[in-house]
Structure formats: C-alpha cells, structure tokens
Design a protein around this ligand. Structure first.
Ligand code: CA
Ligand code: CA
Length: 165
C-alpha cells in the first residue's frame, strides 16, 4: 500500500513538511515520514482511524488496543482538527465520537489511555459537568461548538483510535 501524503489532505501550512531547497527525491522521503497502513490517516507521527461501530468507551479502547493502539489522545488544536477530519471524512458529519480521555479513576483528574500527558483541553461551554456524578469519559464533537463533553462511559458511540506510525 502507498502511504497517503499529509500535504494532500490539508491546506494548513503547519501540516506541510516540505523543506525548501531539497531535491525532489529527498522531499518525497520527508513526506513519507509518517507512514500509515491503508485505512489509517497520518498526522504528526501518529496514525488515526475512525471506528463507526457504536461501543461503550471501554469497549472502544479495547478495540483500539486490538489494533495496536489506544483511543486517540489530543494535545493541541491542530491535532483536534485532524481527529475531527478523520471523523468527517468517514461519515460526512461531525458525529459525537469517543477519544481516550477519562477521569474514572479520580474525579477531575483526566488521563489519556495512551499514557501521554493531559496537557490540552477543548471543553464545550459548561463542560465537563460530571452530570449526575456519573460522567467520566471524553466524547468529542459535542454541541454547537463541536467541542468536548464528559459523558457516561457506558454510552455507545463511534470512536477514533491512534497509534505510532
Ligand atoms: Ca467525571
Ligand atoms: Ca457532561
């Protein structure tokens, strides 16, 4: 399978990895730096994949682990837009979708399942509200601002997995 080029999928300058002055062959190799198998979208050293099957958050995480990854972690707005793109490309709308954040172990102590630092948030207005004291899992594309919401973990939703390229 040929890897997809990142530059073919976005117009954002921050996503382009070309360096001026390089020979075409070298440039070609740079573009391959995030290699992903078919069905996985490359972005900044990781590969992302949308799973349309509605699963609980824990079942979604296990299905990602079965593919060698975890539910996606998100560390800046560009990464969030990339994950939103993966969802939009697959189902042509901004479906509410599980990613790997959870505060199930301890309230308000959010963690990513891939072990990376929880160093960025994009909560919807008024979220996370831990509604009913029972919301411990992070679902994206919430509400009009398409931001993040904490949701009951047993709710079934599609998901996005990520793994190292
Ligand atoms: Ca909570
Ligand atoms: Ca909530």
């Amino acid at each position: 399978q040929q890897p997809r080029s990142i530059t073919a999928t976005t117009n954002s300058p921050a996503l382009q990895e070309e360096t001026p002055g390089q020979e075409p062959r070298e440039r070609h190799l740079v573009k391959r730096s995030t290699y992903c198998c078919a069905g996985w979208f490359p972005f900044h050293g990781r590969c992302f994949r949308y799973n349309p099957t509605a699963l609980s958050w824990a079942a979604a995480e296990r299905s990602c682990q079965a593919l060698g990854g975890n539910l996606a972690s998100i560390h800046n707005l560009l990464e969030y837009h990339a994950v939103q793109y993966v969802v939009m490309r697959a189902c042509h709308r901004n479906r509410p979708t599980w990613v790997g954040g959870s505060d199930a172990q301890e309230e308000k102590k959010w963690l990513w399942t891939d072990g990376s630092p929880f160093d960025y948030v994009f909560w919807s207005a008024g979220e996370p509200n831990n509604h009913g004291g029972k919301q411990h899992c992070l679902r994206m594309n919430h509400g009009g601002d398409l931001a993040w919401d904490d949701v009951q973990c047993w709710v079934k939703a599609p998901s996005v997995c990520a793994k190292r390229s």
